[in-house]
Ligand binder design. Structure first.
Ligand SMILES: Cc1ncc(COP(=O)(O)O)c(C=O)c1O
Length: 384
């Protein structure tokens, strides 16, 4: 059965008339070529699943998906295990409990929250919503623009705005690209892949300066790795602001899947019209885990401490090698291969380290996710 699902995913045409299938598109959008060996669950496609193969996949060091190197919060895992036996029942209340708790953590009300199985699907949902009457979107480049092909498929046009010379999202250029039919402007903050952070004031001033019928989508997938407050408390002030956040990074839910959007209640109600049953994409197990994980202060501070230490170490190692980096406010570092004389990707491949892909400027810039200190030591041994 699982095998059939995988086969089906493989052959499904996502964009009619385009020579690309759903699985390939996801791989390209998310990960680059490293994705070809990505799934520790591919063994399930065999007729006789061998669960020990999961262990073997751990030999690969995964430094290209911005995942949590410490796994999932132990409190979340405990709650998930306890809730497994609820898997056979629909749950009509847990999504409410979850939204209430997320709302409290973001200083907003439950009515401001929309949950889904990962924030990618909320980016997709918002894209579909703004595409209803066609129009134009503005996106920075490089950034996490996984939703842009959907917008184009649904008939939207787009302006792609390069980063400025400091590798920051160029808000001024984005503003100057506004057209009569612009529906959405996407800002990833901190930006993936650069890790650069725009201040709250910069974004707030930007929102004030543009027409209020344009939705400003601020993707805060990595905001927990900064000390900057989320923009979530501004969604009732600026009705065209919508913020997305995820459990994938800090809480280690990339495989469990949970993300949320924060917007003013009217916009949230509109977006819910595109979900047949809001909240039901998320499994009971994931919801139970998230509710418990949000209180796991010990895990959260361990992850944040490690992230800062490993980031300092990584940047100083790059500096020693004369490799240019961009200051990062996230759990990855963007750096230039300009002064790197060997074949970087070949070295990583030989050492079974997944290290991402190149971006902009003829492939000179790339990104490395921060792992544990041991993983980063091995990484630097390999690339030395
Ligand atoms: C900026 C950004 N937004 C959203 C996502 C998607 O996260 P999720 O796992 O919640 O779908 C990612 C994943 O890497 C990301 O980098």
């Amino acid at each position: 059965m699982f095998y059939n699902i995988l086969k089906c995913l493989n052959s499904e045409k996502l964009f009619s008339g385009m020579n690309i299938n759903r699985r390939d598109w996801l791989k390209t959008a998310f990960l680059g070529s490293a994705a070809l060996t990505l799934s520790p669950l591919e063994f399930l496609a065999n007729e006789t699943p061998n669960f020990n193969e999961l262990k073997n996949s751990n030999e690969t060091i995964r430094l290209c998906f911005n995942e949590n190197p410490f796994g999932t919060s132990p409190k979340a895992l405990e709650a998930m295990q306890k809730s497994l036996s609820l898997s056979s029942r629909y749950d009509f209340k847990l999504a409410d409990v979850l939204c209430e708790k997320i709302a409290g953590n973001n200083n907003v009300k439950k009515e401001n929250i929309l949950v889904s199985a990962g924030s990618s699907f909320l980016l997709e949902l918002i894209t579909k919503y703004v595409s209803l009457d066609k129009g134009h979107i503005i996106i920075p480049d490089p950034s996490f623009t996984i939703f842009a092909p959907i917008a184009e498929f649904l008939g939207m046009s787009k302006s792609v705005i390069e980063l400025n010379d400091k590798k920051k999202i160029d808000l001024e250029k984005m503003k100057n690209s506004i057209q009569k039919d612009t529906k959405l402007i996407y800002i990833c903050n901190p930006n993936n892949p650069t890790g650069d952070l725009l201040s709250r004031l910069e974004i707030e001033n930007f929102i004030k300066s543009i027409p209020d019928n344009i939705i400003v989508l601020v993707d805060e997938a990595y905001i927990e790795f900064t000390t900057q407050k989320s923009l979530s408390d501004l969604v009732d002030v600026y009705k065209n602001l919508i913020v997305t956040r995820t459990f994938s990074k800090l809480y280690g839910f990339a495989g469990a899947r949970l993300g949320y959007a924060i917007g003013n209640p009217k916009l949230i109600v509109e977006l819910k019209k595109l979900q047949s049953w809001s909240g039901a994409e998320i499994s009971v197990v994931t919801m139970a885990g998230a509710i418990a994980g949000m209180d796991d202060k010990e895990f959260i501070s361990k992850v944040l401490d490690n992230n800062q230490k490993v980031k300092d170490f990584t940047i100083s190692e790059f500096n020693k090698r004369g490799i240019k980096t961009i200051p990062s406010s996230a759990n990855f570092v963007y750096f230039s291969l300009e002064n790197y004389k060997s074949d970087y990707f070949k070295k990583l491949k030989e050492a079974k380290i997944l290290g991402g892909k190149t971006y902009e400027e003829k492939g000179k810039w790339t990104r490395i996710s921060l792992g544990t200190i041991e993983e980063m030591r091995k990484y630097f041994d390999v690339i030395s």
